[in-house]
Design a protein around this ligand. Structure first.
Ligand code: UT7
Length: 313
């Protein structure tokens, strides 16, 4: 038996914050943000919590199917509603599911790949038939709106996939890793540290950029090798949506042509753990991929953490 992504869903808040809006908040310009990042606008929660967005994305992914069939809920998030209960428990309650094991995963922007890996492993080892894997973030709450080097980058949203036991194999392989020695280049402190509240995203962007490109390329190459696939076998590359210059550099080094690379950060910015599942859902809805397509997902984030996964839809 195999495991397959059988459906997807996503949710972003209605409120759009454009680069021109940001020009009124910090010393920046649409021209700087567009050229350096590719981002034109992002969505900002108007009260929707991370678990609200995660639940909306899940309901879309469930497509009217009974939520009680779900035996496992894993939410990747760096912006949970609460320290506890977990966002996954809140989603379970909002879905009125009474059966699922539910917990969160913390791996920053790589969170969705880590969550997929965890859910896939648990399903195979414990014989679980159906799981929900979600990436959901409300980064607008943890950026310092006075810091132009970070506040222009992030947005809010959620994406979800339903994983199901299936005859055909849909999860072809993973490559995951971490290097905690880079922790101080990109982090958000919390109550266990000695840092003062309020806790905001801190990032040495330029240094992160260089490691991100190298690491995403190496990880993608390793997962292709593990799955005995070549870049030409990939129908769509879905990279974490942090910066279009990172995405272009990764695609070029992998030898994947631009028409096979999914980009939506111009509309959503960096939604951290939500970026890949939102992108996968959009790619399916736009018909860029369909049942049978081979998709390479690759992410990089705070930790540093990284991860790649090849799926056959
Ligand atoms: O999602 C997880 C991983 N995160 C990432 O992958 C993000 C990786 N990093 C990046 O995407 C880029 O490094 C940034 C977009 C954050 C920054 O772009 P950059 O080309 O690396 O710019 P920089 O940090 O080297 O800054 C260049 C200049 C600086 O001015 P000086 O020192 O040259 O006078 C900054 O102060 O741009 C200035 N600057 C800005 N100017 C206008 C920084 N932020 C802004 C801004 N508007 N928002």
């Amino acid at each position: 038996m195999g495991i397959k992504i059988v459906s997807t869903g996503s949710y972003v808040p209605d409120r759009v914050l454009t680069n021109f809006d940001l020009e009124k908040i910090v010393d920046t310009s649409d021209e700087w943000i567009t050229t350096r990042t590719g981002i034109r606008e992002r969505r900002i929660s108007e009260g929707e919590t991370t678990s609200d967005m995660a639940t909306e994305a899940s309901l879309k992914a469930l497509k009217g199917k009974n939520p009680d069939e779900i035996e496992l809920i894993v939410v990747a998030t760096a912006t949970p509603d609460a320290f506890f209960p977990s966002t996954a428990c809140k989603v379970q309650s909002k879905l009125e599911n009474r059966k699922a094991v539910a917990f969160d995963i913390s791996a920053a922007c790589t969170g969705f790949i880590y969550a997929l890996y965890t859910a896939d492993s648990i399903m195979r080892s414990k014989g679980i038939k159906k799981a929900l894997v979600i990436g959901a973030e409300r980064f607008s709450k943890i950026v310092n709106w006075k810091d132009r080097t970070t506040c222009i980058l992030f947005g809010d949203g959620a994406g979800a996939v339903v994983l199901k036991e299936s005859e055909e194999e849909g999860i072809l392989g993973f490559d995951l890793g971490a290097d905690g020695s880079f922790g101080n280049l990109l982090y958000v402190p919390s109550v266990g540290s000695n840092e003062e509240y309020p806790f905001y995203v801190r990032m040495r962007g330029n240094e992160v950029f260089k490691v991100a490109v190298r690491t995403m390329v190496e990880s993608a190459k390793r997962v292709l090798e593990k799955t005995s696939l070549s870049p030409k076998d990939i129908d769509l590359l879905i990279p974490h949506q942090a910066n279009v210059r990172i995405i272009n550099a990764v695609a070029e080094r992998l030898g994947i042509e631009a028409s096979k690379v999914f980009v939506n950060l111009d509309r959503y910015g960096n939604t951290s753990a939500a970026s890949i599942p939102i992108a996968l859902d959009e790619a399916l809805r736009k018909g860029l991929v369909r049942e049978g397509s081979t998709v390479l997902m690759v992410a990089f984030g705070g930790g540093f953490t990284w991860g790649s996964c090849v799926v056959r839809l």
